[in-house]
Design a binder for this molecule. Structure first.
Ligand code: NAD
Ligand code: AHE
Ligand code: ZN
Length: 378
C-alpha cells in the first residue's frame, strides 16, 4: 500500500528562537520499513521548546519538531509488519527494534537501530521524507516530527494502540506522561512505603508523582518554584509541596529541609527540571547508603553536573532515564490498560487545546504556570 507524495500542512522551524512557520510541505511516500502516519493530535513538550531555543547539540534547522503525538497509519513501505494501514498509533522517539544489542540486553529501553540517523534528522537510509514546495529538504526530529499533518517514521519507531483509547489522550503517551510514570514504576521501581521527592511539577514530574502514589509511597514531596503547581501536585497525589523560594527558613537549604522532612533523606528523587543545580540538590537530598536520584530533565549543551564524590562513596546513586525506561512497543499496552482502569491519569494534563495553526501560541502556553500540556488538533 505504498502511496504517493502528499502535500499537507506542517509547522517548520527554520531557525532557532524564531516562531514556527505553518505552511504546506511535501511528505514523501514511506520507503521500505517506514510508515506514513496521519497525525491527529500532537502536544508540545518542553523538549521541543528546548531544541527550538537553539541549545540542543542535535538541533538541526530547518526541521519539523514534535514528538508527542498520535495518529492513524495512512500507508506503509515494503516489509512493514509492525503496523497496518488504519491502525491507531503513537510514534516513538525511543525506538524498539527487538533485535539489536540494546534491545536484546534486557538492561535498557534504548535501541540502537535508528538512533544515529535519528540524531542527524534523517531516516535510516540517510535521506529526508520532508521537503518544501520548492524541493528543499527539511530535517526530521527525534524520529517523530509530529508537527505535520502527515509524517514518516521507521517501523521500529511506532506502536499500534487499542482503538478504544481516544487519540487525544494517547498523544501524551508519546512522551511526558510515559516518561514520568515509567521513571517511577519501571526505572526506579518505587515500592510501598518509599519516600520520594520530585523536582519540577510539569507533566513529567507530575507523572512521576502519580506513579509513586500508585505504588503506595509514604511521602511524595514536590519541589517547584512556582506556587501555581501546588494544587496540581496535590491533585496528582503529592503528600507535600515545597517552594524553595518561599518555604525555607533563614539559612535552611532545600536539601536540609528535605532531609529533615524524611528522617535522613529520600529513598528516591527525580529531577524533572533540566537545571543542573537542581540535579545536585536532588542527589544530595537522597538518604545515605541507598538513596537513588534519577535525572530526567534535559540540560543545555555545555552544562555539567557536579557533586562531592563523597556523596556517591556514601551510597547515593546517580542515574538517568530516557522515556522512563519504557520499551515503546512492549510496554505501551500496559500503560493503556492502566489508563483505561483509571490508575493512570492523562486527560488531567490537557489544560489547553488549540487548532494546529495556533502552534506558536501553544509554545507561549508553556510559559504559564497554569499550563501542563497544550494539545493541538489538525
Ligand atoms: P515543564 O516545563 O512543564 O516543567 C518543568 C517544571 O520545573 C515547571 O513546573 C517549573 O516551574 C519547574 N522548575 C523550573 N526550575 C525549577 C527549579 N529551579 N526548582 C524547582 N522547580 C523548577 O517541563 P516538562 O515537559 O514536564 O519536562 C520536564 C523536563 O524533562 C524538561 O527538561 C524536558 O526537556 C525533560 N524531558 C525529559 C525526558 C526524558 O526522557 N529524559 C522526557 C520528557 C521531557
Ligand atoms: N539531543 C539532546 C538530548 C535530548 C534528550 O536527552 N532527550 C531525551 C528525551 S527528551 C523528550 O522530551 C532522551 O530520551 N534522550 C535519549 C536519546 O536517545 O535521545 C542532546 O543533548 O544531544
Ligand atoms: Zn518530550
Amino acid at each position: 500500500t505504498q502511496g504517493k507524495a502528499i502535500q499537507c500542512k506542517a509547522a517548520v522551524a527554520y531557525e532557532a528562537k524564531k516562531p514556527l512557520v505553518v505552511q504546506d510541505v511535501i511528505v514523501d511516500a514511506p520507503k521500505a520499513h517506514e510508515v506514513r502516519i496521519k497525525i491527529m493530535n500532537t502536544a508540545i513538550c518542553h523538549t521541543d521548546a528546548y531544541t527550538l531555543s537553539g541549545v540542543d547539540p542535535e538541533g538541526l534547522f530547518p526541521c519539523i519538531l514534535g514528538h508527542e503525538g498520535s495518529g492513524i497509519v495512512e500507508s506503509i513501505g515494503e516489509g512493514v509488519t509492525s503496523v497496518k494501514v488504519g491502525d491507531h498509533v503513537i510514534p516513538l522517539y525511543t525506538a524498539e527494534c527487538q533485535k539489536c544489542k540494546f534491545c536484546k540486553s534486557g538492561k535498557t529501553n534504548l535501541c540502537g537501530a535508528v538512533r544515529e540517523t535519528q540524531g542527524k534528522g534523517v531516516m535510516p537510509d540517510g535521506t529526508s521524507r520532508f521537503h518544501t514546495l520548492e524541493g528543499k529538504d527539511i530535517f526530521h526530529f527525534m524520529g517523530c516530527s509530529t508537527f505535520s499533518e502527515y509524517t514518516v517514521v521507521a517501523d521500529v519507531s511506532v506502536v499500534a494502540i487499542d482503538k478504544k483509547v481516544s487519540l487525544e489522550p494517547a498523544s501524551l503517551l508519546g512522551c511526558g506522561v510515559t516518561t514520568g510514570f515509567g521513571a517511577a514504576v519501571k526505572a526506579a521501581n518505587v515500592q510501598k512505603g518509599d519516600t520520594v521527592a520530585v523536582f519540577g511539577a510539569g507533566t513529567v514530574g507530575l507523572s512521576v508523582v502519580q506513579g509513586a502514589r500508585m505504588r503506595g509511597c509514604s511521602k511524595v514531596i514536590v519541589v517547584d518554584i512556582n506556587d501555581e503547581k501546588k494544587q496540581f501536585s496535590y491533585d496528582f497525589g503529592a503528600t507535600d509541596f515545597v517552594n524553595p523560594m518561599t518555604d525555607l527558613k533563614d539559612g535552611e537549604t532545600i536539601v536540609n529541609k528535605l532531609i529533615s522532612m524524611t528522617d535522613g533523606g529520600l529513598d528516591y528523587t527525580f529531577d524533572c527540571t533540566g537545571n543542573v543545580h537542581v540535579m545536585r540538590n536532588a542527589l544530595e537530598a537522597c538518604h545515605k547508603g541507598w538513596g537513588q536520584s534519577f535525572i530526567i530533565g534535559v540540560a543545555a549543551a555545555g552544562q555539567e553536573i557536579s557533586t562531592r564524590p563523597f556523596q556517591l562513596v556514601t551510597g547515593r546513586v546517580w542515574r538517568g532515564t530516557a522515556f522512563g525506561d519504557i520499551k515503546g512497543r512492549t510496554d505501551m499496552p500496559q500503560l493503556l490498560d492502566d489508563y483505561e482502569k483509571g490508575l493512570l491519569k492523562i486527560d488531567e494534563f490537557i489544560t489547553h487545546r488549540r487548532q494546529f495553526d495556533e502552534i506558536n501560541d501553544g509554545f507561549e502556553d508553556l510559559h504559564m504556570g497554569t499550563c501542563l500540556r497544550t494539545v493541538l488538533k489538525f
